[in-house]
Ligand binder design. Sequence first.
Ligand SMILES: *Cc1c(COP(=O)(O)O)cnc(C)c1O
Length: 402
Amino acid sequence: MTQVPNVHAAEPIPDAAREAIDALMASGDLFRYTASQDAPVALLEQEFAELLGSKYALAVSSCSAALFLSLKALDLPRDARVLIPGFTFAAVPSAVVHAGCTPILCEVDDTYRINLADFEAKLGQDIAAVLISHMRGHTSDMDAILALCEARDIPVLEDAAHSLGTTWNTRNIGTLGCIGCFSFQSYKMINAGEGGILITDDADLVARAVIMSGAYEHNWQKHKGPRGDNSADLAQAFAKWQNQLPLYNLRMSNLSAAVIRPQLPELMRRVRDGRVNHDYVAERLNSSPALHVPPPLGPEVRAPDSIQFNLVDMSAQEVEAFAAATEARGVKVQIFGLSRDNARAFWNWQFLADLPELPQTRAMLMKACDVRLPVRLKQAELDVIADILLAAAAEATNRAAA
Ligand SMILES: *Cc1c(COP(=O)(O)O)cnc(C)c1O
């Protein structure tokens, strides 16, 4: 029998990274602003912007830093109300708090997507900005969200940390709102251990973010427009904001960029493999009457590296039996609402001044399961995981798969 695969091990970093890292080791040139041009971080920004189809990119220390800078770039008043989904990673409300704003949570459906009725109702309650977190890469209905926000002139930021490679109506997630933020933390599609990047077409927003990220004095001159060109819009924006903004120093090191750049050409392959793997396991799980994987929305082509599914009509006892049966067989299933101190369960965000109750989101979290499916897994390994989940569901509920 094939062993249960290790779902936490990463894919090796492409060999091409070695040469760039050796060169950095030899020169000691790790700071992005030392070289007069073509520092690895600057090249990464150009390549990433081009890959996603946006004008500007700014690489920083994490996606959380990118979210924080995006909010600061919007120049919102203190305590501005920022609408976010009630199902996301704790780093998202944290970035809002860090930016001096107040997170307002809206309900999320058992499809893991924003509940539009609650979203629309809360949008009318003095919301200054919307931060859509595409949690686990599940895209909410962006057509509806953008239309509602546009009608009220409310800016939309995208937390696309887990959506690199996902498209919506063939457009890349992260390019739909005014700024998109991505993560290079190890559990994301591109792995640098830590790191993040934001993209935008707005020269003023990127200029503000660049300066606040730590481009002190005239280091902003090393930030260019599309294809590395000197952009007049950008130069004007930098001149406008010179000395006007605090420096938070959230820069990326050249070493991180050297690890990330050779992974960019791998992205499309990883996205394709991840989707094929996910859809294969989803179809197998959906053969059980006790398990349900919500389908993607029509305009959405996903880029998953994990799978989420709901436990269908299980009693609390059956849920517990399912969790125990999977664990006994060697697959760790995270039920978001049941794992203690889970950072994705809103009731654990007790750092928020006003922690609301979200009954729908809570009900979803109590039956939503999460299993990592690294894109490197082969079909035999996927079968081991699917077999275990199906056997555990049958054992816990006495309902066999079709
Ligand atoms: C990983 C993740 C983050 C945080 O990214 P970091 O780079 O670790 O700060 C934020 N939002 C979502 C949806 C994520 O998956």
